[in-house]
Design a protein around this ligand. Structure first.
Ligand code: NAI
Length: 333
């Protein structure tokens, strides 16, 4: 049987982790034959709660779950880890702007980048979920120089899933009949959800989403706006930010990174820009990617970008540049 892999989840006492830890421990991410050691990291005041989460995980009697560690020390949590899911951050409450959170949160990711650099495996795959996710990932990579930049990503899969589900509902098909929706840019309200290259299968016939929807106004306005502001809508309704759907998206993101994407299918991941599609290099920007069976992703090349898309892609890049500048400044203190 296989050796256990070491998976760290931060913010482990929080609401996303409460769904996520169970999924990871029962094999939804790394497969039903892959044992896992779970390293749960949170802050000191949450250690009591975290002990409770640990008890519950043990009480699930899951066959793949081996060691469970609860800690408030990043160097313990990241020790030799293969995968790090960085969920922990100060959460946004109703009416709060992402900017307010930026300074406080990037400092957390500076410390965690330094700890990863020191103790994690050099092959560690990192997904940042805590907001502002893209910029946090950028800072984390910056302070973990001994780990390749391509090992750092931020989550935009929830946005992709929202877009995909919305198109499926509009066309009247199950969610998995819709493929290759793209999220460009930042995980924020400036993101650009793009269905120009997406396809849908209806009545055994494959067609473009544009053809199936036949509503240009919806595609350019309602759809874009609704996906962009979905997070805020959930907070308004639930008084808490998305948790079940966020955990599910993290599972999708890491599973595809681990096992690869099916032929002809792309997924959106925020990764270090290499200048593709004229996006500024060095930003963690969401692109469509394909992933091979050795955990290597490639940004999908050669997609036609019309003027409408170009304008939207520039807006979100500009926001990321501003966030990065603010983050760098906050990290100097
Ligand atoms: P939560 O408040 O329930 O849990 C966050 C946990 O992180 C808390 O237990 C807190 O003590 C912990 N934490 C804070 N600082 C930490 C540190 N330095 N090290 C380790 N743990 C730390 O929040 P929730 O709902 O679980 O959300 C977590 C984050 O994910 C938030 O920043 C939220 O905005 C973000 N988010 C991102 C999404 C995305 O698609 N990228 C989607 C939904 C949420």
């Amino acid at each position: 049987s296989k050796e256990p892999i070491r998976v760290c989840v931060t913010g482990a006492a929080g609401q996303i982790a409460y769904s996520l830890l169970y999924s990871v421990a029962k094999g939804d991410v790394f497969g039903k034959d892959q044992p896992v050691n779970l390293l749960m990291l949170d802050i000191a005041p949450m250690m009591g709660v975290l002990e409770g989460v640990k008890m519950e995980l043990q009480d699930c009697a899951l066959p793949l779950l081996r060691e469970v560690v609860a800690t408030d020390d990043p160097e313990v949590g990241f020790k030799d880890c293969d995968v790090a899911m960085l969920v922990g951050a100060m959460p946004r409450r109703e009416g709060m702007e992402r900017k307010d959170l930026l300074a406080a949160n990037v400092k957390i990711f500076k410390v965690q980048g330094q700890a990863l650099d020191k103790v994690a495996k050099k092959t560690v795959k990192v997904v940042v979920v805590g907001n502002p996710a893209n910029t946090n990932a950028c800072i984390c990579a910056k302070y973990a120089q001994s780990i390749p930049r391509e090992n750092f990503s931020a989550l935009t899969r929830l946005d992709q899933n929202r877009a995909q589900a919305m198109v499926a509902e509009k066309v009247g098909v199950p969610a998995d009949a819709v493929k290759n929706c793209i999220i460009w840019g930042n995980h924020s309200s400036t993101q650009f959800p793009d269905v120009q290259h997406a396809t849908v299968e209806k009545n055994n016939q494959k067609m473009s989403v544009i053809e199936a929807v036949k509503d240009d106004n919806w595609v350019k306005n309602d759809f874009v706006k609704t996906v962009q502001t979905r997070g805020a809508a959930v907070i308004k309704a639930r008084k808490l930010s998305s948790a079940m759907s966020a955990a599910k998206a993290i599972v999708d993101h890491v599973r595809d990174w681990w096992f690869g994407t099916p032929e002809g299918t792309w997924v959106s991941m925020a990764v270090m820009s290499d200048g593709s599609y004229e996006t500024p290099e060095g930003l963690i920007y969401s692109f469509p990617v394909t992933i091979d069976s050795s955990h290597k992703y490639t940004i999908v090349q050669g997609l036609t970008i019309n003027d409408f898309a170009k304008e939207k892609m520039d807006i979100t890049a500009k926001e990321l540049q501003e966030e990065k500048a603010m983050a760098m400044e906050a990290c100097q203190d």
